[in-house]
Design a protein around this ligand. Structure first.
Ligand code: Z5A
Length: 201
């Protein structure tokens, strides 16, 4: 099973994934915890390039999109597809829905570009996606307690509102795959919401 976790910054994806990872391990399941952009040594190098704030030149939106997909292609080939072939459970912190929400809804890139990339390079979509949803302010406050901000975190609230609308659009279009979790609740309550969806499938 391939499970992805989506949402705007600081909504608690990493916290939920760790809880689910422990839960599956306690059940004796073979589970892989991974993330995007990143998840392999090479893809993590691309992640560093994407998140760095001190470039001498501004990264173009197209470059950002293509780097996300270069990292994703490597991640799929080296981690996700091999793990699924071995019947492991893959828990992935962000996947292609983030590209729609950030690069199309957020940056304003043409969704035809994304459709071409998905059709060409994304051989497998998640079986279930948890969209952790909370007001932008809530996530920003949680995330920013950590200190230094990366290139995305430096964006203004208006950008993240567009990203949140992008996730809402996917949720509306694919309600069978994407499940909305109320991320304003406590970590334990968010975990219980996710478990109840998983039990249903
Ligand atoms: N990006 C993109 O543009 N296009 C793409 O295709 C992909 C990604 C794949 C890096 O992602 C950036 O890449 C991302 C989008 C872009 N930029 N942004 N924004 P990332 O996933 O690494 O970055 P992030 O979203 O900023 O992750 P995060 O800040 O680590 O957030 P999180 O994982 O959702 O939250 P957390 O670490 O679990 O929790 C944050 C804090 O809140 C922490 O102190 C927790 O203890 C606390 N927390 C967590 N849950 C709760 C609850 N329920 N209540 C109270 N406090 C909580």
């Amino acid at each position: 099973m391939f499970i992805s976790f989506e949402g705007t910054e600081g909504v608690g994806k990493t916290t939920l994934i760790r809880k689910l990872h422990d839960h599956f391990q306690n059940l004796g399941k073979n589970v892989v915890l991974t993330r995007e952009p990143g998840g392999t040594p090479m893809a993590e190098q691309i992640r560093a390039l994407l998140l760095a704030v001190n470039h001498d030149e501004a990264m173009s939106d197209d470059t950002e999109l293509l780097l996300m997909y270069a990292a994703r292609a490597q991640h799929l080939a080296r981690v996700i597809l091999p793990a699924l072939a071995e019947s492991k459970i893959v828990l992935c912190d962000r996947f292609a829905d983030s590209s729609f929400a950030y690069q199309c809804a957020g940056r304003g890139l043409d969704r035809d570009k994304l459709n071409v990339l998905n059709a060409s390079f994304v051989a497998r979509i998640p079986d279930i996606t948890f969209w952790l949803d909370a007001p932008i302010e809530t996530g920003m406050l949680r995330a920013r307690e950590r200190g230094a901000l990366d290139r995305f975190e430096q964006e203004k609230a208006a950008f993240f509102e567009k990203v949140r609308s992008g996730f809402a659009e996917i949720h509306q279009t694919h309600p069978e795959r994407m499940k909305r979790l109320d991320a304003t609740q406590t970590p334990e309550h968010v975990f219980q919401q996710a478990l109840s969806h998983l039990q249903q499938i």
